[in-house]
Unconditional design. Structure first.
Length: 263
């Protein structure tokens, strides 16, 4: 595991965007050789998406031969709903770059058979050759996507009933009305994430500090889904100083020293 600590969320967003561009460039994607990118929604990655759009507009990056798989989607929200993750991705990223619509994948929370949709999503990832870089955020309780505490560490894409704490946290996107927040979602599993060749988790703000401490310094446990990344051979946690504020000084010193030899 690499832990990269930046000053603030702006530096986190810029580093993440340049790292995505670096990985795509190193891969040299083409028509029959796609780079497969896993993507998150939420407020944390917005800065990264803006930075990636800027790189595209400057001619420094193309998504024409990139295939994407999003982490999750609410059950019961149509793609046109302003709070659906289909809508989020279109408005905040896809419509601003040269990615082909057929190369973007988001779980369909409106389908009649949710179980089959989840199975098909896993197969689509497999048929794409697997995710090269999966980007995600982390919740205050250590959840990744909708894999909340006590999710199986071997879970795959599935229907997930949301915890009351998650519904409360997401109510800010629904005019602070918890009754409008969907109670279920489709989400990739922790094993789905672990299957990716590389995982990049973004974390900013003091509210993420406790989760990072458990996930980085604590034992591997389904009580903190983030901790599963301790077992991933190529995992990066990219955070700002506030999110890293509860880490031991020796932990911070170690990762600062190690990063001197990395990109």
């Amino acid at each position: 595991m690499r832990v990269i600590i930046k000053k603030d969320k702006t530096e986190v967003a810029e580093w993440a965007a340049y790292y995505v561009a670096y990985c795509i460039g190193l891969f040299h994607p083409s028509l029959d050789h796609h780079f497969v990118l896993g993507l998150p929604t939420g407020s944390t990655p917005l800065g990264m998406y803006k930075a990636l759009i800027s790189l595209y507009q400057k001619g420094k990056l193309s998504f024409k031969h990139v295939v994407t798989f999003n982490m999750d989607e609410y059950v019961g929200l149509p793609a046109s709903h302003p709070q659906s993750y289909h809508f989020f991705m279109q408005e905040n990223f896809f419509k601003h770059i040269d990615i082909l619509a057929q190369n973007t994948h988001i779980p369909d929370g409106m389908c009649h058979d949710l179980v089959k949709e989840c199975e098909a999503y896993e197969m689509a990832i497999k048929h794409s050759g697997g995710v090269h870089l999966f980007i995600g955020g982390v919740g205050e309780d250590g959840h990744i996507a909708f894999n909340e505490p006590f999710s199986s560490l071997q879970s795959r894409t599935r229907v997930k009933t949301l915890a009351a704490s998650t519904i409360k946290a997401n109510a800010r996107f629904f005019n602070n009305d918890t009754t409008k927040v969907p109670t279920r979602a489709l989400t990739v599993g922790l094993q789905t994430l672990m299957d990716a060749r590389e995982v990049l988790i973004l974390a900013t703000g003091k509210q993420k500090a406790a989760a990072l401490k458990l996930g980085i310094e604590g034992a591997i446990s389904h009580a903190c889904p983030l901790s599963v990344l301790q077992q991933h051979p190529h995992a990066i946690i990219l955070c700002d100083e506030e999110a890293a504020s509860l880490l031991e000084k020796s932990t911070i010193d170690y990762f600062f020293e190690v990063e001197k030899n990395f990109f």
